[in-house]
Design a protein around this ligand. Structure first.
Ligand code: ATP
Ligand code: HMH
Length: 268
């Protein structure tokens, strides 16, 4: 069985963060492991409190995983502080980790800030150069590229700029801001649109976490990046399309929707 490690924050309401990653990786047929960067007291309406792991304890979790069950892919989500980012980067370099997917989580769907301002630079310098692919949404890509992104053309230019600056592929997600379900992948000097069908579902808590974990799962299974993205988009469409409706805010998706027919073959 292929394996994947999520290095991310815990979401007490279960729809984003580590909890979304575990569900997504399991549903995508890989064995899921975790290194928790922070606990959040959070629900669908917002983040109430954050308790970070110490850098030392985060390092111990990563060591425990790599020394025993070496992951075939690694997904990195919420890492709120520079010292935690530095530990992750050092460990991933030391272990020569493969297939690293970085979701540069900065702000939650509910609007809560999940990355300290001074940590953005550390993320750019230390983590992005290790990534096979980074998956910003539009506001995150504006920060990483230093450009305003208002149109599809801006998306192309920003993705290329981020890729060239940090030496990794970029999947720029259009969701929420520009043409919703369509994402743009820039990798190895080539661009490609992934056109998803927009699902009319206001419950999008954890979509970014889920997409990046599904991509990591597919890379762990040996798919090349464009195919890994295509399959991840199919998975998120299934989870959104199951129309779960929980909580008072933007609710979680149904990660464990019924995998049937052609779709089941796609995901496995
Ligand atoms: N209504 C929708 N219908 C279909 N696909 C969607 C919809 N909304 C978002 N997506 C897809 O979900 C994936 C995650 O994108 P999104 O832009 O929501 O991430 P994000 O903003 O990082 O998420 P988060 O809110 O968890 O931080 C992308 O592939 C996007 O195209
Ligand atoms: C723990 C955590 N990670 C990521 C996100 C982004 O959706 C969130 N809301 N919570």
């Amino acid at each position: 069985m292929r394996t994947a490690l999520s290095i991310a924050g815990s979401d007490s309401c279960g729809g984003a963060g580590i909890q979304a990653d575990l569900k997504t990786m399991t549903m995508n047929g890989v064995y899921a492991m975790t290194a928790v960067t922070a606990l959040t007291a959070q629900n669908t309406t917002g983040v109430r409190a954050i308790q970070e792991a110490t850098p030392e304890f985060l390092g111990q979790q990563i060591d425990a995983v790599f020394e025993d069950i070496f992951p075939d892919a690694v997904k990195i989500g919420m890492v709120s502080a520079s010292e935690l980012i530095r530990v992750i980067a050092k460990k991933l370099r030391d272990y020569e980790a493969k297939h690293i997917v970085v979701d540069p989580v900065m702000v939650a769907t509910s609007g809560s800030v999940l990355l300290k301002t001074d940590a953005v630079e550390t993320l750019e310098k230390e983590l992005l150069p290790l990534a096979e692919v980074v998956t910003p949404n539009i506001p995150e890509a504006e920060i990483l590229s230093g450009m305003a992104i208002k149109t599809k053309e801006d998306m192309l230019a920003a993705a290329e700029k981020i890729s060239k600056t940090y030496g990794c592929a970029v999947l720029l997600k259009g969701g929420h801001s520009i043409n919703d379900a369509n994402d743009y992948l820039y990798a190895n000097g080539e661009g490609h649109w992934f056109e998803g069908k927009r699902i009319d579902n206001p419950n999008t808590h954890g979509t970014g976490c889920t997409l990046s974990s599904a991509i990591a799962s597919n890379l762990a299974k040996g798919y090349e990046l464009p195919e890994a993205v295509k399959r991840a988009k199919d998975y998120i469409s299934g989870a959104l399309g199951a129309m779960l409706d929980l909580g008072k805010g933007s609710g979680p998706m149904k990660h464990a929707f019924d995998l049937t027919g052609e779709f089941a073959k796609e995901v496995r």
